[in-house]
Write a protein that binds this ligand. Structure first.
Ligand code: B12
Ligand code: SF4
Length: 468
């Protein structure tokens, strides 16, 4: 990897508004790409300044994760830290003097992130925005006066090309995947083919605060790496950004892509050697949607070359006993399975999730048979959901007995079908941007105080301490 950094400078901005720790894999990869192309990179990151780790604190408070003290690893947070952000942002820009500012947005970080960009608007540095939110609604993001360009979809090649045009003072108005403003008009360039995952560089972790490396897990804070072995998902759940992206990327190549096992393991070995990682978190949306031959090769190589505990997420339909048995032999630590809702009827009708409750039970039982930890992901406060529907979720979890649960309020992300449903029912306006993940839909059929009650007492309901 070239580290000369004499081509130009790019400053990433990660406006993480809720203190969610963990290396943002997308930025780490993009930094790897820019460095490979000869750029110098840095990251202005608000994770440990803007807010305490809200999600972690909530989960501790309501008993859905093992107890662990975040302040020991991440430090104590105080409002004073948040007040320093504008000053620190200006300082890094004045000292680093970036040629380009590259900001990565998830939807709930957009409003906060834009307030930061306003502070430095007068510095006249080109600002490009990318990430899942700009990808799914570029028309909103490009209208922001502080933002000069928007990257739709994958940024590995687009960002490097854009930054090269800026530093070489070339015309950048026809870079594929990018929308930009030129003489007051929005130029919308076409999309490029989807990225061949074998051309990805290793993630560059050097630009991050090292506190990101420690992720709460099973009561501790092991150094954790997010790794992609594949991209994309075959399914079409109505609340999921993948469904929306798949539609958008139609015709640009296979949405589901696989990275060579050897290359992926090389990256893990590199990160392990350089940063001492202790746990691997495969962020593939559906890890076990994998051909048998590839699976066997992965297991063999992982066992020989890595052998660290690891975490995967997968659909229940992909759980096979022979695969689970083998995963157990190679140190799998947790298998997360999307349950999302307890009612078969609700799942089918509104979430486009066709698996039965028996099927879910089958998959959890197989994983538990091998003593492997499970996590069930659950969404609540959905359109058309009421208290009775929600009780179905509690009932099912009592049967599945997952080792842990992740409960989230539905977030009506732009581009998803759930967003359309919520607009249609009048719960949100079409252009409503999610300000934070503590918000939920306000509905007569499932009143806010009941939603909050179930959210706060979820563990007690699952454990049978509270009756339904
Ligand atoms: C790994 C992961 C995490 C990690 C890392 C987060 C991060 N910011 O990278 C952790 C565990 C910390 C995390 C936390 C959260 N996550 Co998360 N996470 C994921 C996951 C599974 C994979 C993301 C990933 O790394 N993909 C691989 C990389 C390479 O892709 P990428 O990040 O999209 O980046 C590419 C492009 O978007 C683009 N790009 C990205 N940034 C930029 C910037 C510029 C300038 C340019 C040009 C291009 C560009 O180029 C990159 C390379 O191609 C996705 C699901 C998914 N399949 O996308 C959810 C997802 C991103 N998470 C989501 C959410 C909601 C959260 C949380 C709020 C937790 C929660 N309650 O669910 C927090 C918020 C953290 C935050 N502020 O970002 C949502 C976001 C939805 C949305 N529309 O905003 C997703 C899409 C899942 C979902 N529910 O559908 N998450
Ligand atoms: S299976 Fe998971 S990743 Fe795939 S569309 Fe459904 S929620 Fe999204």
């Amino acid at each position: 990897m070239s580290m000369t950094g004499n081509k130009g400078k790019v400053l990433f901005v990660y406006p993480n508004s809720e203190g969610y720790g963990g290396v943002p894999n997308g930025i780490a990869l993009l930094s790897g790409c820019l460095r490979q192309a000869g750029f110098e990179t840095k990251c202005f990151d608000t994770t440990f300044l803007k807010s305490p780790p809200l999600d972690h604190m909530n989960r501790q408070r309501y008993g859905t994760v093992d107890k662990s003290d975040a302040s020991m690893t991440w430090g104590e947070w105080s409002p004073e830290l948040s007040k320093k952000i504008p000053e620190l942002f200006i300082k890094i820009i004045d000292e680093f003097k970036p040629d380009v500012i590259a900001v990565s947005f998830a939807e709930m970080d957009y409003i906060y992130g834009c307030s930061l960009l306003e502070i430095i608007h007068d510095k006249k540095i080109p600002i490009i925005a990318g990430g899942v939110f700009p990808t799914l609604c570029p028309e909103i993001v490009i209208e922001n006066p502080c933002i000069d360009a928007v990257c739709i979809g994958e940024g590995e090649d687009a960002l490097v090309e854009f930054a090269e045009c800026i530093v070489e003072r070339r015309d950048y108005s026809n870079v594929k995947n990018i929308w930009l403003k030129k003489d007051g008009v929005v130029v919308k360039n076409p999309l490029r083919p989807l990225k061949d995952m074998n051309m990805l560089p290793f993630q560059d972790w050097s630009i991050f605060d090292q506190r990101h490396f420690y992720k709460p897990y099973c009561g501790g804070f092991p150094k954790t790496a997010f790794i992609e072995l594949s991209r994309g998902c075959h399914f079409d759940c109505t609340y999921c950004c993948n469904t929306a992206r798949k539609k958008l990327f139609k015709g640009l190549g296979n949405y589901i892509r696989h990275r060579d096992v050897d290359k992926t393991i090389d990256e893990i070995v590199y990160l392990k050697g350089k940063w001492g990682i202790e746990v691997i978190f495969f962020i593939d949306d559906n890890f076990l949607a994998i051909r048998e031959e590839r699976f066997n090769y992965f297991c063999e190589q992982y066992q020989n070359r890595v052998n660290l505990p690891f975490y995967i997420q997968t659909r229940s339909e992909t759980i096979r006993e022979d695969f689970v048995k083998r995963l157990n032999e190679i140190n799998v630590s947790t298998i997360a399975i999307g349950v999302e809702h307890g009612s078969e009827e609700y799942r089918k009708k509104y979430m486009h999730r066709m698996m039965s409750n028996d099927e879910l039970k089958r998959s959890f039982d197989i994983v538990h048979k091998y003593g492997i930890r499970t996590t069930a992901n659950i969404i609540m406060a959905l359109p058309y959901e009421d208290e009775n529907y929600f009780k179905e979720t509690i009932k099912l979890l009592r049967v599945l007995k997952p080792s842990s649960v992740t409960l989230s309020y539905l977030q009506t992300f732009h581009g998803t079908m759930m967003h359309e449903m919520a607009v249609k029912e009048g719960y949100i306006k079409k252009d409503y941007i999610i300000p934070d993940t503590r918000n939920f839909l306000v509905m007569n059929r499932f009143p806010p105080d009941r939603i909050r009650h179930y959210y706060e007492n979820f563990r007690k309901y699952i454990d049978g301490e509270l009756e339904i």
